[in-house]
Design a binder for this molecule. Structure first.
Ligand code: GTP
Ligand code: MG
Length: 200
């Protein structure tokens, strides 16, 4: 898929109707700081589209971005941010769940985990939640530029074990060097838009 344009649509604290609603949605889920907003920027090649930060807890609302006017990328707040107050954590949790349960156009969730770290109990809960609600998801292992290929080879099986997924179901990704970008784009094109895979 060639991204011709990507633009911010709306920021919501709970799902209400908005212009552009009805397009297929792909949502980013994962811990704070795992790279959800960066992934949207790298996919769209627009480093200023979604706000990112080295500090966890940057995205605090549900942000929708339209791609080519034909699908929406949905940036969710992260979970597991230790420094957030109990109230904030509750609020973000409700926001994430409210969206996932109520969106009629959600086609797929990209469940992001940092390739360098063992998935947390929050990650496991999230994946169980997605399975429970039968929301299709794919695990994306982020920040692959930060470790060697050999180290990646060792960490993928750990992620598989913790999240009960198969190695070939995981997409290794880097927002820094573009690893996985083409693969993810063609996957999204098939998943969100139902277009057949391009010939390699
Ligand atoms: N080296 C490297 N750094 C990354 C990558 N993806 C994200 N980062 C960095 O990780 C930090 C967090 O990225 P964000 O995209 O803001 O993370 P997030 O998941 O949106 O975080 P919240 O909004 O807090 O939930 C930033 O400093 C990014 O530059 C990557 O693939 N490689
Ligand atoms: Mg973010």
């Amino acid at each position: 898929m060639i991204i011709r344009n990507a633009k911010f649509v709306v920021s919501l604290d709970r799902l209400t109707s908005f212009p552009g609603q009805g397009l297929p949605e792909i949502a980013m889920a994962g811990k704070s700081n795992v790279g959800k907003s960066s992934l949207i920027n790298s996919l769209t090649r627009n480093s200023r589209l979604a706000r990112t930060s080295a500090e966890p807890g940057k995205t605090r609302l549900i942000n929708f971005y339209a791609v080519n006017g034909e699908m929406l990328l949905v940036d969710l707040p992260g979970y597991g941010f230790a420094k957030a107050s109990k109230q904030e954590k509750q609020k973000w949790g409700n926001m994430i769940e409210g969206y996932l349960e109520n969106s009629r156009n959600l086609r797929h969730v990209l469940q992001l985990v940092d390739v360098r770290h063992e998935p947390t109990s929050d990650d496991q809960m999230m994946v169980e939640y997605l399975r429970h609600y039968e929301i299709p998801f794919t695990v994306v292992a982020t920040k692959c530029d930060k470790i060697s290929k050999a180290a990646r080879g060792r960490s993928i099986p750990v992620i598989c074990r913790k999240l009960a997924v198969q190695p070939w179901e995981i997409i290794p990704y880097s927002s820094e060097d573009g690893t996985g970008r083409d693969k993810l784009l063609s996957f999204l094109e098939q998943t969100a838009l139902g277009k057949p895979a391009e010939n390699p």
